[in-house]
Design a protein around this ligand. Sequence first.
Ligand code: NI
Length: 138
Amino acid sequence: MSNLVRVSLSLEENLLENLSRLVKKNGYENRSEYIRDLIRDQMTREQWKSGGEVIGTLSLVYNHHRRGLTEKLVELQHHCGCRVLASTHVHLSHEICAEMVMLRGDGNEIGKLANAMKSLRGVLHADLSMSTTGRNIS
Ligand code: NI
């Protein structure tokens, strides 16, 4: 674990009030832990932008009655420039399915795959959650 270093910073009164409100609203015990998480969140965004190795989870809701859609979704995952770590399929109703695909690799490649999957006809909703391998953000 890295050494803890104490820092002080200057903030406008309004910003400090907003910070305190956000800390409380988000259930943090103190400002330090909240600011640590803000920094980690920003570093994760940077990893995605810079093409570093990241973790992404794509959630999809689609109509499996759409001709050829299931095959296309599988085909895209087989030929993507990233690794599929896991996927889960749930049958929501007679025709609607939900799927979660967890991916590891270059952020740009994961983004390309997510866009290719979400733009297919029959996909009703798709959302990419951008996360990190945890490396270099502590
Ligand atoms: Ni299904």
